[in-house]
Structures are given as C-alpha cells and as structure tokens.
Design a protein around this ligand. Structure first.
Ligand code: EPZ
Length: 435
C-alpha cells in the first residue's frame, strides 16, 4: 500500500490554488442522471471518490469523459438500476445516487453503506423521505431495493435533525417529481447551494437552498447544462492550518472566504494573521499557536465536523489546552490515538476530547483512520521533529489531490513511497465493472 513519508520542520510558504469541492461534485454527478442531455462540470477535483462516482455512472450506462478538470456526462443510455456492491462499499456516500436513479428509471438496487470509520452510517432519513415521495423500498440482507410506479410525487419532508446527504437525495428526487416538495430542517451547507444551482441551471425550480426551508416544484424534463463546482472549503481549511503548524505564510487562491466563516475566526484565535480578499486568503503564523476556546462541531454555518481533525492537529502543539465536542458523528476521534503516538496528549471520552498542547511532536509510524483523520496526521507530521510514515494513504486520496505534491510545492519534505494505490484503485474499478 502507498505510504507518505514526511520530514517535519520546514516552514511552508507560497501560493496554492484550491480545487473543486469533493462534497459538491459527488451529489452533482449523481444529479446529472436526472437530465436528458449532456452536462459538463468544471473545476472537478482529481480524487478517488470522483473516479468511483464516475464508474458508478458508467455502470449505469452513462458515458463519462474527463479532460483536465472538466467532466462530461452523457446520460442518454443510462438505464441501469443496480450499483455493484463493490463500488458501494468503496464509497459510503454512493447512497446519494438513490434519489436520482429512482427518479430517472423508477428502480434502484444498491447495498446499504455499512459502518465506516466515523461510526454507523444509517440511511433511515434518506429512505423515509423517498417513501414519503412514493417510492416502495425493501431492505433485506444489506440490500436496498427501491421501486417507483410512475413518478415520485412531491411531499413535505421534515428532517428530525440536519442531514447533508438526505437533503441532497430529496432535492434531486424532488426536482423531477410530480408536484411540490417542501424540505424542512434542510442542511444549509454551501454544497447544497451548489447542487441546487446545478439543478436550476438544468431547469429545476428550487427556492430556499442554503436555508433550512427549501421548496422544489417538480418539472417533467430537465436539460443538460455547464456548471463550475465551488471550491473545497475543507481542503482550504486544511492548507491554511499547514501554515499555522509550520510557522509559515500561505496564500490560497480560488477560494470563497464566506464559506469559511466559522473557521477563519478560530484560526485568528490561534494567533495567525489573516488577510482576506474576494477569492484569496493569506495566513501568516506568528510563533507557537495559542490554544482555542472550546470547539464544538455543528451543521453549517457552525464549525464543520470535517475540519475538527485538522484543527486537533494544530491544538496538539498549541500553548494551552483545547476542548473538542463532536456532535455530528459518533466515532470521529480515531485520529487521536495516532496523534498520541507522535507525542500528543489527547484524552477522549465519548464525543468529547481534551487536547493539552505540547511544545513539539516527534515523528512516528502512524496509520490514517479516515479521510480527515489522515489529513490531521499529515499536518502533525509537518510540525513534528524527525520523520513520520503515514500508511493507509488511500483514505487521504479520497479528499485531497496529491497532498504530498501540494505540500512539497509549499516547501514541505513529503513523498509518496508507492504508486501501488493507483493500481489497486484500477483493480477495484475493473472488478466492479466486470460484475
Ligand atoms: C456529508 O456526509 C459529507 N460527505 C461528510 O463529509 C460531512 O462530514 C457530513 O456531510 C456532515 O457535514 C459528503 O458530502 C460526501 P449527514 P453525510 O447525513 O451526508 C446521521 C468528508 O470528510 N444520519 O449530514 O453522510 C449520520 O450518521 C465527509 O468529506 C442518520 O442518522 O452526513 C451523522 O451522524 C465525512 N440517518 C449525521 O446524521 C441518515 O439517514 C449527519 O450525517 C443520514 C444521516
């Protein structure tokens, strides 16, 4: 398996362009199934999750072509109704295809995304909402079999708590449903707005995206469109932190600062100097980071759960103690044990963690536990004394484009040992395609 070898102590500085958002392009790729003609997505990140989502579309009968950061999807012959279990197990978020497949072909058969690194990944909200819109769904032996007689119909969907994926599934299904759908207690993340913007460009009638109350008037036919995916706010947060943990000076371009409204003040709290332009953010670290006041994750516009692990890496070397409360996922502190192997002092109790800052970390052999936990280990390695070897790098490749190359361009000593990972990805896709 591929490994990252990082030698800490280099001060990172320079300019980096932030790529398109993983958590935006994935639901938009699913939504492209709804339309009757070609769609072209620009600013698509080169990530394993995006390659897997593209394979799912091909498996369903679409042609999907990538040229640089542009992906063209032609769903003309997308009459597939089954997502191979192998592809589902590789990417939990494939459940996002359910609404689009049900709306387009009246049938969707996929395996329930089992537990993963963040804890159980239930889909009860997705299924309850689609049932309310007329889908007949049978769950048996880990397989979800969804049928729609005729068209889905509009409904009032009131979520008991915020779910990004369930909001996206309903938004997609409702765009082509018969009648109006009201989504109450909807997720407000920027990725929801981006998905809505794509659907509106395809002819959908949506109001309220970005608020907790979204109204969708279903339309009979949606056409293709061209759409530029928004920048990845979590990748931006991660690279801003790379400046902070190395005493560096990094400028990010092609970012949307307002999407980081809960993150930037916390960076300033650590003592960083920020200068924010319309699509640029510069961070200059000033000495050892200061500890933070309690950091509690919450749905947007609260502090993003995906930035929790990267911030924890910073707090490991901060001057003082920081308390974390993870309110979104049940098991999102698995990176703490790996950080402690590098000399961090983190205590975890359930969904709370206390990080007592130490003057420095030391290099170690650690293993990425999940996507953002892996990013936290990279940040810790950049600041550590000595060399760190990070295994299970495929987790990191799901959400960061060639992280070692991006960091090396800023002055880091970071290399990937094997390219075996790419071969493994291709093997997974080949076997899935052959099924
Ligand atoms: C999306 O996951 C993101 N993934 C996650 O990013 C992100 O952490 C999460 O939203 C929260 O912002 C993508 O967009 C591909 P949820 P999602 O439904 O949709 C529970 C990353 O690192 N829940 O908002 O799966 C669920 O278990 C990834 O980029 C149910 O109980 O998250 C969780 O505790 C990680 N039943 C909470 O709700 C359901 O039917 C929020 O999950 C659905 C969710």
């Amino acid at each position: 398996m591929a490994k990252l070898i990082i030698r800490g102590g280099n001060r990172l500085e320079g300019v980096m362009r932030i790529c398109g958002a993983k958590n935006s392009v994935l639901p938009i790729l699913a939504a492209s199934l709804l339309v009757s003609e070609k769609s072209v997505l620009q600013n698509c990140p080169a990530l394993s999750d995006v390659r897997l989502a593209s394979e799912i579309l091909r498996r369903l009968g679409c042609t999907v072509e990538r040229e640089e950061d542009r992906i063209t999807i032609d769903p003309a012959h997308a009459d597939g109704t089954v997502i191979p279990e192998k592809l589902m197990s590789e990417m939990r978020s494939s459940i996002i295809f359910l609404g689009a497949m049900a709306a387009r072909n009246g049938r969707a058969v996929l395996s329930a995304p089992g537990g993963c690194d963040l804890g159980p990944r239930p889909i009860d909200l997705h299924l309850a909402a689609l049932r309310k819109m007329g889908a007949e769904i049978v769950e048996e032996g880990g397989i979800v079999d969804c049928r729609v007689n005729g068209r889905l119909h509009g409904a009032e969907i009131r979520f008991p708590f915020v779910s990004v994926g369930a909001t996206e599934n309903v938004l997609i299904a409702a765009a082509a449903a018969d009648g109006a759908t009201r989504i109450l207690n909807a997720a407000c993340e920027p990725e929801i707005c981006d998905l809505a913007q794509f659907l509106i460009r395809c002819g959908a009638r949506i109001t309220g995206a970005g608020t907790s109350r979204i109204i969708v008037e279903g339309v009979r036919k949606l056409h293709g469109c061209e759409h530029r995916v928004i920048p990845d706010r979590i990748a931006a947060a991660t690279y801003l932190l790379a400046a902070s943990v190395t005493g560096g000076d990094i400028t990010l371009s092609d970012v949307e600062p307002q999407q980081l409204s809960a993150v930037l003040p916390r960076l300033q709290e650590t003592g960083c100097e920020l200068s924010v332009g319309s699509r640029r953010i510069r961070v200059r670290a000033k000495g050892r980071p200061k500890a933070l006041s309690p950091l509690v994750t919450a749905p947007y516009p609260g502090f993003p759960t995906d930035a929790q692990a990267p911030f924890m890496a910073l707090c490991c070397i901060a001057d003082g103690t920081t308390a974390f409360e993870e309110t979104i996922f049940r098991n999102r502190f698995r990176h703490a044990a790996e950080l402690n192997r590098m000399g961090a002092e983190i205590g975890v109790t359930g969904q709370s963690a206390v990080v007592k800052g130490v003057p420095f970390l030391h290099g170690a052999r650690v293993s990425a536990t999940d996507l953002r936990g892996g990013a936290a280990l990279v940040l810790a390695a950049l600041s550590a004394e000595g060399e760190t070897e990070i295994s299970q790098v495929h987790h990191i490749d799901r959400g960061y484009e060639s992280m070692e190359c991006a960091l090396s361009s800023l002055g880091a000593s970071a290399v990937r040992t094997e390219t075996w990972q790419i071969k493994e990805e291709n093997r997974i896709i080949r076997t899935a395609f052959a099924m």
